[in-house]
Design a protein around this ligand. Structure first.
Ligand SMILES: Nc1ncnc2c1ncn2[C@@H]1O[C@H](COP(=O)(O)OP(=O)(O)OP(=O)(O)O)[C@@H](O)[C@H]1O
Ligand SMILES: [Mg+2]
Length: 316
C-alpha cells in the first residue's frame, strides 16, 4: 500500500522546490490540486503533464473522491446543524436557518446588508441549540476591512450574551489578497481540526480580491479557474467539518440586460453552482430589507422581509 498522503509534500515527485511553486501558484491544499487540470499544474510547477496527472490522481485518492451510499448520505444530513438568522421570516425561507455542510451566499449591492448578516451569524452561531444556535465558535475572513466588533457586541446584548465571551469566540483574519484569503481558509481548516466547536466560517467578501486582481478580459478564464478551486475548497470544508459557510458577494452591472434586473452576482456559474443556498439582498420600501432565495435545489423560491437595526436583523 502507498504511504499516506496528508500534505502537498507527500505527493509523488513533489519536493520542497515544487511545493513552494505550487503554493505560490495558489495550489495551497490537496483539494486544490485534486481539482486542477494537468496543464495548469504542469505550467505552475514546471512538471511534465504525465507527472502532473500522477500528482492529481494521488491527491484525489488521498481525498477519497468517490461514491457513498444513500444511507451514509442520510446519516450525514441528520447531523446537519441550522443556525438562526435572528428573524423568523428568513429562517422560514431557509427551512430553519443557515445550514452546515454547504455554502450559503448572500449577494447584493453595496449597503444591501451583506456584512450585517455576517455580524448577526457571528452571534447566533454561539446561541445554545435550543435557541437556534450551534453553541459554536466562528472564523471570520475579512477581505474588505469591514469587520466591526462593536456591531457584534450590540447584537450579543440583544440575546443577553456576555459580549466579552462572544468576541472571544470570533477569530478574525484580515485577507490582503486572493492568495492570502485562500491561505487563511486552509488555516481555518487546521483550526477546525484542533477545535471541533468551530461551527461557522464567514468570508466577507468572497470575490472582491479576485475581481480586483484579475481585471482584463483576457484574465477572466484564469480568475474563474482560481475561483473554482477556492469554491471547491470551501465546499469540501463545509462537508467534512459539518460547519456552515456564509459568504458575501457583490453584483456587477450587466449592460446587456434591457428588461428586469440589470445586475448579476460576480463569479458566474462557478460561484452559483458551488453555493447551495443563494440569497439576493436588496433594500425594500422605507427601512425594510428583502432577501430573495435564488435557485435552491430543494426549497421553494420566495422572499423574506426584515429590518436591519442596531440589534442586528429583526422581523419587520
Ligand atoms: N448600527 C446600525 N444600526 C442600524 N442599521 C445599521 C447599523 N449598521 C449598519 N446598518 C445598516 O446596514 C447598512 C449597511 O449594510 P452593510 O454594511 O451590511 O452593507 P454591505 O452589503 O456589506 O455593503 P458593501 O457591499 O459595501 O460591503 C446601512 O446602510 C444601514 O442601513
Ligand atoms: Mg460589506
Amino acid at each position: 500500500m502507498a504511504a499516506k498522503i496528508d500534505k502537498i509534500s507527500d505527493l509523488p515527485g513533489v519536493g520542497p522546490a515544487a511545493e513552494e511553486k505550487l503554493i505560490a501558484g495558489g495550489f495551497a491544499s490537496l483539494e486544490s490540486i485534486a481539482v486542477a487540470s494537468p496543464a495548469e499544474l504542469a505550467s505552475t510547477a514546471g512538471f511534465g503533464e504525465a507527472s502532473a496527472r500522477k500528482i492529481i490522481q494521488a491527491a484525489r485518492d488521498a481525498m477519497n473522491i468517490g461514491f457513498e451510499t444513500a444511507k451514509d448520505s442520510l446519516a450525514k444530513r441528520e447531523k446537519m446543524i441550522r443556525i438562526t438568522t435572528g428573524t423568523k421570516s428568513i429562517d422560514d425561507l431557509l427551512g430553519g436557518g443557515i445550514e452546515s455542510q454547504s455554502i450559503t451566499e448572500v449577494y447584493g449591492k453595496y449597503g444591501s446588508g451583506k456584512t450585517q448578516w455576517c455580524f448577526q451569524a457571528c452571534v447566533t452561531v454561539q446561541l445554545p441549540k435550543d435557541k437556534g444556535g450551534a453553541a459554536g465558535k466562528v472564523i471570520y475572513i475579512d477581505s474588505e476591512n469591514s469587520f466591526r466588533p462593536e456591531r457584534v457586541v450590540a447584537i450579543a446584548k440583544r440575546y443577553g450574551l456576555d459580549p466579552d465571551k462572544v468576541l472571544q469566540n470570533v477569530m478574525v483574519g484580515r485577507a490582503y489578497t486572493a492568495d492570502h484569503q485562500m491561505l487563511l481558509t486552509d488555516k481555518a481548516k487546521e483550526e477546525m481540526e484542533k477545535d471541533h466547536s468551530i461551527k461557522l466560517l464567514i468570508v466577507d467578501s468572497l470575490t472582491s480580491h479576485f475581481r480586483a486582481e484579475f481585471t482584463g478580459r483576457g484574465q477572466l478564464a484564469d480568475r474563474q479557474q482560481k475561483l473554482n478551486r477556492y469554491m471547491y475548497t470551501l465546499m469540501k470544508l463545509a462537508e467534512t467539518k459539518n460547519c456552515a459557510i456564509l459568504v458575501t458577494n457583490q453584483v456587477m452591472d450587466r449592460p446587456d440586460v434591457l428588461f428586469g434586473d440589470p445586475t448579476a452576482p460576480i463569479g458566474g456559474n462557478i460561484v452559483g453552482h458551488a453555493s447551495k443556498t443563494r440569497l439576493y439582498l436588496r433594500k425594500g420600501k422605507g427601512d425594510l430589507h428583502v432577501a430573495k432565495l435564488v435557485d435552491s435545489p430543494y426549497l421553494p423560491d420566495g422572499e423574506a422581509i426584515y429590518k436591519v437595526t442596531n440589534d442586528g436583523l429583526v422581523d419587520e
